[in-house]
Ligand binder design. Structure first.
Ligand code: SAM
Length: 273
C-alpha cells in the first residue's frame, strides 16, 4: 500500500484539525507505516478507501480515537531530563514552601505512558516526607491507549536503570512468572489522576490551579500559532507564582507569552522564583 501525496495531505490536515499536530512532508513514511495496518485491519486495500471511510464518518465515532492514537508519538523515559527534577528539589520546593502552603497541585500535560508523572510523584513523595504537605498530580494526554497503560502502572524492569536507587522502593518487583515486570506502589500511584485532554482545545478546564506545570516534548509537534495558544492556555491554569517546565529542545523565545523566562526550559508566573 503506497501513500500518495494527496492522501498524505488529507491525513495531515485531519490530524492538525483534530489534535493540532503539524506533520512535515518528511513524516510521509511514518504516516504510511502507522496507518497501513489500521486500513488493512478494517479490510481495506488502499489508503484511498480509508480516506473515503473517514470522510463519511460522523463527528463522534470511535475511529477518530484510533486515528489520533496512531499518529501521536509517545516516546518517554523515567527521569527524562533529570535537571528538571533536581530543580524541583533544590530550587522550586524550598522557595515554594516559603509561601506557607500545605498542598501542591501539579499538571503533567502530555503524560504519555506515565513515566513522567510517576517520576514526579517519586520525587515529591521523597522530598515532602514529614513536611506536612500533600500533593496531587493531574496527568493528561490526548492518546487513550497510553493513558490506559499509565493507569495500569506496570512497567518492564528493562528500564529500571533509569531510576536512581533511592527511588526504586516506589515499585513492587515482580517475581516468578512476572519477574520481568514492576508495579508502581499505591503510595506513589494514588497521587496521580489520569484523564484525556486535547491541548489544542483551549481553554482548559482549570483556572489559577497549578503550582507546577509540566508540558515537555509535546510543543515540538505544534506550529507556532498552536504553541502560542497552548502556553497561554497553560498560563491561565497556573496559580500566581507557578512554574512551567518545557523540554530543553523546546523554547518560547519567539512566542508572545505571559510566562517569564527564568532559564532554559523554565518559565515563571509571578516573581517568587
Ligand atoms: C513525546 S511524548 C512526551 C511525553 C512526556 N511529556 C515526556 O517528555 O517524556 C508526547 C505526548 O504528547 C501527546 N500529545 C500529542 N498531541 C497532543 C495534544 N493535542 N493534546 C494532548 N497530548 C498530546 C502524545 O500523545 C504523546 O503522548
Amino acid at each position: 500500500m503506497i501513500l500518495t501525496e494527496k492522501d498524505f495531505n488529507f491525513f495531515r490536515s485531519l490530524i492538525y484539525q483534530l489534535a493540532g499536530i503539524s506533520l512535515s512532508s518528511a513524516k510521509r513514511e511514518l504516516v504510511q507505516s502507522r496507518l497501513r495496518s489500521r486500513a488493512q485491519s478494517l479490510g481495506m486495500e488502499s489508503f484511498e478507501e480509508y480516506v473515503k471511510y473517514l470522510e463519511g464518518l460522523p463527528d463522534k465515532h470511535e475511529e477518530w480515537e484510533s486515528f489520533i492514537n496512531l499518529l501521536t508519538t509517545n516516546k518517554t523515559d523515567w527521569f527524562r531530563e533529570p535537571q528538571h527534577f533536581d530543580y524541583i528539589v533544590e530550587k522550586f520546593l524550598p522557595t515554594w514552601m516559603t509561601q506557607g502552603k500545605k498542598h501542591l497541585d501539579v499538571w503533567c500535560a502530555a503524560s504519555s505512558t506515565g513515566e513522567e508523572p510517576y517520576t514526579l510523584s517519586l520525587v515529591l513523595n521523597h522530598a515532602l516526607k514529614g513536611k506536612g504537605i500533600t500533593y496531587k498530580i493531574v496527568a493528561t494526554d490526548i492518546d487513550t491507549r497510553v493513558l490506559s497503560q499509565a493507569n495500569n502502572g506496570v512497567y518492564s524492569k528493562d528500564k529500571l536503570w533509569q531510576i536512581p536507587e533511592i527511588y526504586q522502593d516506589g515499585f513492587s518487583m515482580g517475581t516468578g512468572e512476572i519477574a520481568a515486570w514492576m508495579k508502581v506502589k499505591p503510595a506513589i500511584k494514588s497521587h496521580v489522576e489520569y484523564g484525556q485532554l486535547n491541548l489544542s482545545h483551549i481553554p482548559y478546564p482549570w483556572e489559577n490551579t497549578f503550582d507546577l506545570v509540566f508540558c515537555r516534548n509535546v510543543l515540538i509537534y505544534f506550529n507556532p500559532q498552536t504553541i502560542q495558544s497552548v502556553v497561554e492556555g497553560l498560563y491561565h491554569t497556573a496559580q500566581k507564582n507557578a512554574v512551567l517546565l518545557i523540554a530543553h529542545s523546546e523554547s518560547l523565545q519567539n512566542v508572545k507569552t505571559s510566562w517569564k523566562y527564568q532559564k532554559p526550559s523554565i518559565y515563571l508566573k509571578g516573581n517568587l522564583f
